[in-house]
Write a protein that binds this ligand. Structure first.
Ligand SMILES: O=C[C@H](O)COP(=O)(O)O
Length: 247
């Protein structure tokens, strides 16, 4: 039985006042026992604020990145152990913005997933092709390469403690969503790869311009187990309606 997740990624947005208002609306509307799990991945400086706002709620606290290193002279880095101390349960690794803007390679992403797992965090491993790669017919090769580097690092047991997220780079923040069929096709490639490793129960999310209008149809695809939501996670009513669509 796969778990359905709706994970909000605030990216580099928010401030103390708007976070408080957003969380108040989200927390009061998410039932303590829910068929879909809801999480928010927030910027590091707000972890303490959000941890406190989410106490006694079913909403799970997540971060957007984690260091591949455990501890030491790594200026600017935040370790998995530090995230744990603030009640973080899951962490995004390999988001396309980290890969393209901050030079994270497949190997670095895999090490981050391993560091998260070693500290007892659930990595949300993001994969996805660019428009140029899709147009060159390379989507399958790219996504499976990104997946397999992580799989080799963490093994089947590590994958079973992880979530996968397929985010076509061309659909992120562009308003251009993959069609439900395009999303399902990529998810089916990944599901097959998971099956070969005996890890087919891993939840797989779709991300990229998910909105209230398209969420239900995307989530109804056979291999889609919810969504990774960027822009729409900053508006309580939209995020809550998307969570509703996942139930
Ligand atoms: O992590 C979330 C994704 O990058 C999707 O962002 P978006 O919903 O704003 O397109």
């Amino acid at each position: 039985m796969r778990t359905t997740w709706v994970v909000g990624n605030w990216k580099m947005n928010g401030d103390l006042a708007s976070n408080a208002a957003l969380l108040e609306s989200v927390v009061k509307s998410i039932p303590l026992s829910d068929s879909a799990k809801v999480a928010v991945c927030v910027p590091f400086p707000y972890l303490a604020q959000v941890q406190s706002a989410l106490s006694n709620s079913a909403v799970v606290l997540g971060a957007q990145d984690v260091s591949q290193f455990e501890e030491g002279a790594y200026t600017g880095e935040v370790s998995a152990k530090m995230l744990k101390e603030f009640g973080v349960s899951l962490v995004l690794v390999g988001h396309s913005e980290r890969r393209s803007l901050f030079g994270e390679t497949d190997v670095v992403v895999a090490k981050k997933a391993k560091a998260a797992l070693d500290a007892g965090l659930m990595p949300v491993v993001c994969v996805g092709e660019t428009l140029a790669e899709r147009e060159a017919g390379q989507a399958q090769a790219v996504v499976l390469r990104q997946f397999s580097v992580v799989a080799n690092e963490v093994g089947a047991e590590g994958l079973k403690q992880s979530i996968l997220a397929y985010e076509p780079v061309w659909a992120i923040g562009t308003g251009k969503t993959a069609t439900p069929e395009q999303a399902q096709e990529v998810h089916s490639w990944l599901r097959e790869a998971l099956l070969e490793l005996g890890a087919e129960s891993v939840s797989m999310l779709y991300g990229g311009s998910v909105k209230v209008a398209n969420a239900a149809e995307i989530f109804s695809q056979a291999d889609v187990d919810g969504g990774l939501i960027g822009g729409a996670s900053l508006v309580a009513s939209e995020f809550l309606s998307i969570a509703e669509a996942a139930r």
